[in-house]
Design a protein around this ligand. Sequence first.
Ligand code: MN
Ligand code: MN
Length: 369
Amino acid sequence: MEQKTMHLQKYMVAENIDLVYMDNPTAVAYFTNFESNPHERIVAYVVSQNDHFLFVPSLERAEAESQSNVSKVFTYTDDENPWAIIGENGHKIASNIQKVSVDEKTLTVERWFKLQQTFSSATDTTEWSDISNFIEQTRVIKEDDEIKKMSRAGELADEAIQIGMDFLEEGITELEVVAQIELEMKKRGVSEMSFSTLVLFGEHAANPHGNPGDRKLNQNEFVLFDLGVIYKGYASDATRTIAFGEVDEHKQKIYEIVLEANRTAQAAVKPGMRAAELDQIARKIITDAGYGEYFNHRLGHGIGKTAHEFPSINSTSDIILEPGMCFSIEPGIYIQGDVGIRIEDCVYVTETGCEPFTFLDKELTTIIK
Ligand code: MN
Ligand code: MN
């Protein structure tokens, strides 16, 4: 049995959980190594205190058997009732099912009803609990091989931003730059970005989650790149804001404030620190400079198999930073109709501080073309 599943089973014994059902593809991949994109079909990992099985559409059987660390793989065709097969085998690996745990944050309501029909006892005394916190807490500390994959994902993000910068020219659109970045990443074997690539020009970047469109690049404005890739099931996420031509002093000054917040926060990371404290360190720099109201999101978010996961680095987060935790540090200042600047690196916590996954220069880069 794999280490991660053994850890889960220990928890199940301690909590008297007879069966765990999970079907979120990243959680399934985390425990079984089987990466999938099942769309509306079901890929599920079902675990009892001493056994487990992987459940996949029959068309994915060969891949599930070769990729996963689970020896029992059950399948269903499009003409079969998946719940009958999950139920039959669930009852085989757990003889007396009284307590079932599911991931409340990702299980759909439709499947929740099906699971209740499948595993509720005749007398309806079955107890249901939520396994999502346990999964988050387990995933939050990354092992060395996970850090290695994330480091490679970070290198590729650095390269992607550099490709975008090199491609800039007056009159080009945001979407043309996005297309070039993603084309070049695909040529390097990246099949998936970790989220929709953001390339935003000038005042368009004042919306932190803006949509790249047909906005054309002018001289003397900022360009914001926010992107990441998936490498072997692990994500990167980085942001750089650069000047195309000469930006005015007001904008340069704002850039320097964001940069100081980014650097100070990155230098302050230490195991044992509260996440909220880190958020406040960055926020204080921006607030003291008079732009507090324009830093309108948290300092960062966890990263791992997905670009956004537990923990949140915000002003109320009580989580204590520990070696192996990975998260973003991404202060920004956004002034509607004027300017949007963000500088983001993801880092992993070490015994003494933190190390970034991305290394592109953070001093204001100016491109003259
Ligand atoms: Mn981010
Ligand atoms: Mn980002």
